[in-house]
Write a protein that binds this ligand. Structure first.
Ligand SMILES: Nc1ncnc2c1ncn2[C@@H]1O[C@H](COP(=O)(O)OP(=O)(O)OP(=O)(O)O)[C@@H](O)[C@H]1O
Length: 243
C-alpha cells in the first residue's frame, strides 16, 4: 500500500529525514517510535504532503501512485488520512459543516458518527476551538470515521487522553483499522507514532520502527521494541540491528 524508498526530506533547507525506507502492506499496522525531535511527525507530514516538507530525493508511492507532486486533497481522496499531534483550530468553521463539506454523508449519518465518539454536542462548535486535549483527539477520530481512509497515520493518539477516553479511542482506532476483519480480508493499514505504547493495549501491530536523528535505525516486534526502550533507552536501538 505504501512504499517509501531512499527518502530524504528537508524543512527550511535543512535535511530532517535521511534515507528512509519503509514498506507497509494492505492490512498492516506499523508503530513508529523514537526520541523527541527525531523526525517522526516530519515523516507523517511528508506522506500527507504539507508544503513545508520538501522531498529532495527518493520517493513515496501509495497504491502504486507516486505522491511526490500530488496535492494534499488528492492524497486524502486517494485514501490517506491523518490524526495530528496538535490539530489546528479553525475559527468561523463549524465542525458539522466541515464534516459535511468533506464527505458525501448526510446530517443524520454525521450525527450518528459523532454520537459514537461522544462528540454530538461539538458539531455546532468551531473546529477544535477551545477543545480540551481529549476532545481534540475525539474530534480527530470523528473526522477519520467520516473520511474512512485506507491508510491512517496517527501522531501520538494517546497524548492528553484520560483512561476512559483512551479505551474509547483505542476501540475506535482498532475499528478504523478493521482489526475485527480477518487478516486475509483486511485492507486498512496504519502508521502510528507512540511514545508510551498504550495504543498497543487496544490493537495488534505488525511491525515497529525506531527513528533516531532522522533515520530509521531499527525494525522489529513492536512490543519487544517498547520493552527494550523502556528498560535500556533508545541507545540500545543504535547498538542492535534487529530487536
Ligand atoms: N516547519 C519546521 N521548521 C523548522 N524545523 C522543523 C519544522 N518541522 C520540523 N522541524 C524540525 O525537525 C526536527 C524533527 O521534528 P519532528 O516534529 O518531526 O520530531 P518528532 O520525532 O515528531 O518529535 P516529538 O516526539 O517531540 O513529537 C525537529 O528538530 C524540528 O524542530
Amino acid at each position: 500500500m505504501l512504499d517509501i524508498s531512499d527518502l530524504h526530506v528537508s524543512v527550511d533547507n535543512t535535511e530532517v529525514l535521511h534515507d528512509i525506507n519503509l514498506h507497509i502492506g494492505p492490512g498492516e499496522t506499523h508503530i513508529l517510535m523514537g526520541p523527541n525531535g527525531s523526525g517522526k511527525s516530519t515523516l507523517l507530514k511528508s506522506i500527507m504532503g504539507f508544503d513545508a516538507y520538501t522531498i529532495t530525493s527518493g520517493s513515496i508511492t501509495f497504491k502504486g501512485k507516486d505522491l511526490t507532486d500530488m496535492p494534499i486533497n488528492e492524497r486524502a481522496h486517494l485514501g490517506i488520512g491523518m490524526m495530528f499531534q496538535q490539530p489546528p483550530a479553525v475559527s468561523g468553521l463549524k465542525l458539522g459543516k466541515l464534516l459535511a463539506a468533506t464527505s458525501h454523508r448526510g446530517e443524520d449519518a454525521i450525527e450518528a458518527l459523532a454520537q459514537s465518539v461522544n462528540m454530538e454536542h461539538f458539531l455546532s462548535r468551531d473546529v477544535n476551538v477551545g477543545f480540551s486535549g481529549g476532545e481534540l483527539k475525539r474530534s480527530e477520530v470523528l473526522q477519520l470515521k467520516v473520511q474512512q481512509p485506507d491508510f491512517l497515520m496517527l501522531d501520538e493518539p494517546e497524548s492528553g487522553v484520560d483512561l476512559e477516553n483512551m479505551s474509547l479511542m483505542g476501540k475506535e482506532i482498532a475499528g478504523l483499522l478493521e482489526k475485527d476483519v480477518r487478516i486475509v480480508n483486511r485492507r486498512k493499514s496504519g502508521l502510528i507514532i507512540t511514545h508510551t505504547g498504550y495504543i498497543l493495549d487496544y490493537l495488534n501491530a505488525d511491525q515497529g520502527h525506531v527513528m533516531i536523528n532522522g533515520q530509521i535505525r531499527c525494525h522489529g516486534n513492536p512490543r519487544e521494541i517498547l520493552r527494550v526502550v523502556k528498560e535500556k533507552g533508545y541507545g540500545e536501538c543504535l547498538r542492535c540491528k534487529q530487536i
